[in-house]
Design a binder for this molecule. Structure first.
Ligand code: SF4
Length: 181
């Protein structure tokens, strides 16, 4: 029995738009899913990551939990793909990088109009510690491939995955044109 390549996906500081774009492959997902096994991904709600061939990472790195998850993906996936603008350059979440994270939390939770008396910055140990900046994933781990776009369109994601499954590492062009919604 031959084992199929295993694919894992994760959303760090992202909006799941890149995952939605992947699902926009629609009927093209059927032949793709015939060729692969899904490992950890929000698509199947599996939480534990096993050894994988390809990891698709959506979103930038905004807190300590993101760092841990990303490092685990790097350790367990042979190839890591930064999917979308947030993973590649921090994207929309990185707009907070011009602000001091401590001052921002105090502003939002203590001083914003309409807060209940005694409101304070949440301090539950289960909440992941925010980082001072939102980082693109290549600042934390080595990344093998970058898929730009916000989100990358479905055909682009499908073309890259197919190329990787076919064992083609380069060139991956021509890919469908970029778009930013
Ligand atoms: S790149 Fe765009 S679609 Fe993807 S997670 Fe970021 S904001 Fe969402």
């Amino acid at each position: 029995m031959t084992t199929k390549p295993r694919i894992a996906t994760v959303s760090l500081a992202g909006c799941f738009g890149c995952h939605m774009s992947f699902l926009d492959l629609d009927e093209a997902l059927f032949p793709l899913f015939d060729r692969i096994e899904l490992d950890r991904t929000p698509l199947n709600d599996v939480k534990d990551l096993g050894p994988c061939d390809v990891g698709l990472v959506e979103g930038g790195v905004c807190n300590a939990e993101n760092v841990a998850v990303l490092r685990e993906f790097r350790a367990r996936c042979k190839l890591l793909v930064a999917v979308g603008a947030c993973a590649i350059n921090g994207g929309l979440p990185a707009q907070r990088n011009a602000l001091d994270v401590g001052e921002m939390l105090v502003d939002v939770y203590r001083h914003r109009p309409g807060l209940a008396p005694g409101s304070d910055v949440p301090n539950d140990p289960e909440l992941p510690l925010p980082l001072a900046r939102v980082h693109p994933i290549h600042e934390v781990v080595h990344v093998d491939h970058f898929l730009p776009g916000c989100p990358p369109n479905a055909e682009t994601i499908g073309a890259l995955l197919t190329a990787l499954l076919d064992g083609r590492t380069a060139p991956l062009q021509p890919l469908p044109p970029l778009h930013y919604d």
